[in-house]
Design a protein around this ligand. Structure first.
Ligand SMILES: [Zn+2]
Length: 256
């Protein structure tokens, strides 16, 4: 695109109405960028290719600060090597979020993961969370090739930017394709399915580091638990699991 057509594109963006990627309603492009759109431009260096209307953005309801802290496992078990592992959940998996997250996974809208990641990153900044590095839960290479991006990494990018921490994507490795957790119903099956599925690359020394580990949705928490365990066994000082969304009724852990 030459400079002239880039300029034209900006003018067209400025005046055309747009269709909301979530609810499909047509909103007027009145030229004002929402705060989230502005942050997107700052962090990713370009405007989002999709639009979400103000009504859908306003329908995202984060948990109250006191309701975000949980034990990583929904069903703790005896003999767990990291029994007190903490999980931060930004918002309940309900309402508009149940339309946004599947749109990331199944319609390839990585921009939505980024927009949600911006919301999450500002929540973490307000909580004054400190850490050394940010690591996304990796996808298997098969899944990554299929989808073309890792939603946990798209969520992690604004977190790394806003908290000013390095984003590290080649440290934690998924050693095998575990299939979709949602297709594995029995709790024991789910545990066995992800057990030992992660390892830390030999090229990394994470001894003593505090790690923020990101993922999109936590249900049983097994996947994040296994990823956190691999990091702790490789010498990490502390791991804070951070999920964009999840449904836990009881707040049962203290802030990190
Ligand atoms: Zn909408």
């Amino acid at each position: 695109m030459n400079a002239g057509s880039a300029c034209l594109r900006q003018i067209v963006d400025f005046i055309l109405p747009y269709r909301c990627a979530i609810c499909g309603s047509v909103a007027d492009g009145d030229g004002r960028m929402s705060y989230i759109s502005r942050r997107y431009l700052e962090i990713f260096g370009r405007k989002s290719d999709i639009h979400i209307c103000g009504k859908c953005l306003a329908a995202i309801e984060p948990y109250a600060p006191s309701d975000r802290w949980h034990l990583c496992l929904s069903n703790p078990f005896a003999g767990d090597k990291i029994p007190g592992q903490v999980l931060y959940i930004a918002m309940p998996y309900k309402g508009i979020v149940t339309r946004m997250i599947p749109a990331v996974k199944f319609s390839g809208m990585k921009e939505i993961a980024r927009l949600l990641g911006i919301v999450l990153s500002e929540m973490l900044r307000d909580e004054k969370i400190s850490a050394d590095i940010v690591i996304p839960v990796p996808l298997s290479s098969e899944r990554a090739a299929q989808r073309g991006f890792n939603q946990a990494e798209e969520i992690a990018r604004p977190v790394s930017d806003v908290l000013d921490l390095p984003l590290v994507t080649d440290c934690l490795i998924r050693t095998r394709n575990t299939g979709r957790q949602t297709e594995t119903h029995d709790i024991i099956d789910r545990m066995e399915n992800v057990r030992g599925a992660f390892e830390v690359a030999d090229s990394w020394d994470i001894t003593g580091l505090t790690v923020i580990l990101t993922d999109d949705v936590a249900t049983t928490g097994f996947t994040m638990h296994e990823a956190a365990l691999a990091l702790m066994e490789a010498g990490a000082g502390k791991v804070l699991c951070v999920a964009m969304a999840g449904n836990r009724r009881v707040k049962n852990a203290d802030p990190f």
